[in-house]
Design a protein around this ligand. Structure first.
Ligand code: ZN
Ligand code: ZN
Length: 428
C-alpha cells in the first residue's frame, strides 16, 4: 500500500461546514479539511470524463478505468488535511489524554507546556491505591490542568551540541463572511435573506526574525494523505490533483479556490520502535509509582499498546449498533483477522468524546446520513501478554483503519503515538 501526501494551498477563504449555509442559524465550521471533502473535489474532477457515474459497468468505457474503480469503488482511502503553518514535521492530532496548565495553556513555545497523561494515569489506576484519584498538576507552576486538543507539529533544533524537540500548535483563524441574496427581478437585496458563512481564513500570520518585517501573511496550507491499494495509480492521481481548483462550499461566491500538489511524507518512527518505547516508558513509570508506595514486591508486568484516532471514527458493535469503544472483537477484525480474539487481549482504558458527523454527497445532490462518531484524538489502551507478536497485525491496522466510511477519511489510527511516551517526564 502506497501513501501519497499532498499539500492544499488556500487561494481564497474555505467554507468547510457540516451543512449548506441557509436560514438564519449559525453554523460552526470545521478547523480542517475532512478526507471526504478532498475525495469529493477529486471525484468532481474525474466525473467529468467518466462514462459510468452510477458505478454499474465497472467503468469499462472510461478514459481512466483504474482511477475510476479506485475512487468510486472506495479502494483509495482519503485522510483529513490539517493546517501546517510552517514547514515542520506534522501535522498530528493530539491525543484526548493530553493536558496543559489551566492558566497558561499551550506548548513550551507559548505557555507552561503540554504533557500526556495516558501512561501515568494507567499506571496509577492499575495500581489501585485505595480512595485516591489520579490528578495531574502543571509541572511549571503546580496549578490545575485541563485537556488540550488540536493538532501539533514538531521540529528538532540543535542547542549547545544536543538535539532539542520543539512542539507547536497548528491552527488557522476563522472568518465570518456575511452575504445577502439579491432579488433577480428587482435587482436589490431581498428581504430577510441575509446570511453568514463560517470560513477558514486564506492567510496565516507568520512571525519572522527580520526586524523590518516582523510579521508576514502567508497563504494557509493544509497537509493530508491518501492510501492507494494500487501503486500504479500514483502518477495519474498526481496529475488529477493538480487540476483540482475548488474545494468546499460557496464556489459561486468566490470561496474555496485552492492549489494542490504532492509532497514528501513526514518522518515517523517505525511501529516496532514505538511499541518498544511505549512499553519501556510504561514499565519505568510503574516502577517509580511502586517504589513511591513503598511496596517492593515486583509485579509481573503485562504488555500494552495504545491506539489513538487520527480522525473521527464511526464504530459499530455487531455491525450495526453505534459504539464509543473499539472493543477487542472490533480491533481483532480491523487487524485483518477472523474468529475470536485471543483470550489475553483486553481493552483496559478508553478516553473518548462522541459527536455526530454527516456530509453532503455532491454527485447525488443529497445530504449524507448523519452518524454517531468518536472524535479524533480518542485513545484506547490494550493489554496483552507479548506486544512483539502484534507488530504485523498493528501495521495492517494502521494501513486500513477502523470502522465504516474509511474511504472518506474516517477511522484513521496511530499505534503507540510517540506523544504518549515523549511528553511524560516533562511537558513539551
Ligand atoms: Zn468512470
Ligand atoms: Zn502552569
Amino acid at each position: 500500500m502506497k501513501e501519497l501526501f499532498y499539500e492544499i494551498v488556500a487561494e481564497a477563504p474555505l467554507a468547510i461546514n457540516e451543512r449548506k449555509p441557509g436560514g438564519s442559524q449559525f453554523q460552526e465550521g470545521l478547523g480542517y479539511i475532512p478526507g471526504r471533502v478532498v475525495r469529493g473535489a477529486l471525484a468532481t474532477q474525474v466525473l467529468r470524463g467518466c462514462k459510468d457515474p452510477a458505478h454499474e459497468h465497472n467503468h469499462q468505457e472510461c478514459p481512466q478505468p483504474a482511477l475510476c474503480r479506485g475512487l468510486f469503488g472506495e479502494e483509495i482511502l482519503f485522510g483529513d488535511a490539517h493546517p501546517l503553518v510552517q514547514k515542520r514535521e506534522g501535522p498530528f492530532v493530539l491525543p484526548a489524554t493530553a493536558m496543559s496548565c489551566k492558566d497558561n495553556s499551550g506548548f513550551r513555545s507559548k505557555g507552561h507546556g503540554v504533557f500526556d497523561t495516558l501512561i501515568d494515569r494507567a499506571c496509577w489506576e492499575l495500581l489501585q491505591p485505595a480512595a485516591m484519584q489520579y490528578a495531574s498538576r502543571c509541572p511549571v507552576c503546580g496549578g490545575r490542568t485541563k485537556g488540550f486538543s488540536g493538532v501539533y507539529s514538531h521540529c528538532q533544533i540543535e542547542e549547545d551540541g544536543r538535539q532539542i524537540d520543539y512542539y507547536f500548535s497548528e491552527d488557522v483563524s476563522r472568518e465570518l463572511l456575511t452575504r445577502v441574496a439579491i432579488n433577480r427581478r428587482r435587482g436589490v437585496a431581498e428581504d430577510e435573506l441575509l446570511y453568514a458563512i463560517n470560513t477558514l481564513s486564506q492567510f496565516v500570520v507568520v512571525e519572522r526574525d527580520d526586524p523590518y518585517q516582523q510579521k508576514s501573511f502567508d497563504p494557509a496550507r493544509y497537509v493530508g494523505s491518501m492510501r492507494l491499494a494500487d501503486d500504479s495509480l500514483e502518477t495519474l492521481i498526481e496529475t488529477e490533483l493538480k487540476r483540482v481548483t475548488r474545494m468546499g462550499g460557496g464556489s459561486s461566491r468566490g470561496l474555496g479556490r485552492v492549489g494542490i500538489h504532492v509532497i514528501h511524507a513526514p518522518v515517523k518512527p517505525a511501529l516496532e520502535e514505538r511499541l518498544g518505547c511505549f512499553n519501556a516508558t510504561l514499565a519505568e513509570r510503574q516502577q517509580l509509582m511502586i517504589r513511591w508506595r513503598g511496596d517492593e514486591t515486583p509485579l509481573p508486568l503485562p504488555q500494552y499498546f495504545a491506539v489513538t484516532l487520527q480522525s473521527d471514527a464511526i464504530l459499530s458493535a455487531d455491525g450495526w449498533q453505534p459504539d464509543m469503544r473499539l472493543n477487542e472483537a472490533m480491533l481483532w477484525r480491523a487487524c485483518g483477522e477472523t474468529g475470536q480474539p485471543p483470550a489475553d487481549l483486553r481493552l483496559v482504558r478508553c478516553y473518548t468524546i462522541s459527536l455526530t458527523r454527516g456530509g453532503f454527497q455532491a454527485a447525488w445532490g443529497l445530504p449524507k446520513v448523519t452518524e454517531l462518531a468518536v472524535q479524533a484524538g480518542a485513545v484506547f489502551l490494550y493489554q496483552m501478554e507479548k506486544a512483539a507478536d502484534w507488530t504485523t497485525r498493528l501495521e495492517r491496522l494502521e494501513e486500513q483503519g477502523v470502522g465504516s466510511r474509511r474511504a472518506e477519511g474516517f477511522g484513521r489510527v496511530l499505534v503507540c503515538d510517540p506523544f504518549h511516551y515523549e511528553a511524560v517526564k516533562e511537558a513539551k
